[in-house]
Design a binder for this molecule. Structure first.
Ligand SMILES: [Zn+2]
Ligand SMILES: [Zn+2]
Length: 255
């Protein structure tokens, strides 16, 4: 399963190859929302290979306006649970300036993976939905001070990013992490980091410092990178999580 397809089809193929996989082995592609940094490689992958694309109706309609080729959609209603191969997926609404953006919690036999990116703030519903995750991809988009001081972005763009339908800052991500601490949560991947208004070190320290102060040092925090895939993790019934091989694309969003 692939969640979002923000890189080019070629880039996604190369990254899958680096972990011994190929797009042909995908059971489905899940789409959180229609913004281009989440769907750039979608047509190249899904229309040629006929990989089913899972999204809600409004996202499908928005995608149909953008995509040149037709793709095979499997429509779910936001808030519902559905199966993709052997996995079960919960979908839930998130606040972001797209048609009907969602987050996911993917259940497998041995672990639950939360996927939470592109949201202006974490609602109570969002926190409840990812509370049982074993591993979570969490947006840590920007450092507020760096964004405010940034000279490239106009004021209106900054306002959009900082709004309640924009993106999570490092501090906001830290507060989400703090609120969902559990003994089950073992891995936290920080993603969707802004190139100009954040750094992997800043995002990491904002979140891990908060977790350490809250006594949750069992949670491994890592900043995901746009340049290179992360480690691959293998979850099984015996061990909670072991590193299978490196690297793993935890997601394919390019922003
Ligand atoms: Zn995005
Ligand atoms: Zn977005």
């Amino acid at each position: 399963m692939l969640i979002d397809a923000g890189f080019s089809g070629r880039q996604i193929r190369q990254r899958l190859a680096s972990i011994g996989r190929s797009p042909e082995t995908l059971t489905g592609i899940l789409i959180t929302h229609e913004h281009i940094d989440h769907v750039q490689g979608l047509a190249a992958l899904s229309s040629k290979l006929k990989i089913p694309v899972y999204c809600n109706r409004l996202t499908k309609e928005a995608l149909e306006q953008q995509l040149q080729n037709s793709v095979e959609f499997r429509i779910f209603e936001t808030g519902t649970t559905f199966d993709v191969g052997e996995m079960t997926v919960d979908s839930f609404s998130i606040p972001h300036d797209a048609y009907d953006p969602v987050g996911f919690l993917v259940h497998t036999a041995f672990a639950r993976f939360g996927f939470l990116t592109d949201l202006g703030h974490a609602t109570k519903l969002v926190l409840e939905r990812v509370r049982t995750a074993t591993a979570l991809l969490l947006e840590a988009n920007h450092d507020v001070k760096m964004l405010q001081d940034d000279s490239k972005r106009p004021w209106s763009v900054k306002q959009r990013i900082l709004s309640r339908h924009g993106h999570l800052s490092n501090d906001a991500a830290a507060s989400v992490a703090e609120q969902i601490i559990s003994s089950e949560l073992q891995h936290l991947f920080l993603g969707h980091l802004s190139r100009d208004c954040n750094s992997p070190e800043l995002a990491h320290s904002a979140v891990s410092d908060r977790l350490t102060s809250a006594g949750a040092s069992h949670i491994q925090v890592k900043s995901a990178s746009q340049e290179a895939p992360s480690q691959t993790f293998c979850f099984s019934g015996q061990s909670a999580a072991t590193v299978e091989r490196s690297p793993l694309p935890v997601h394919a969003s390019s922003s």
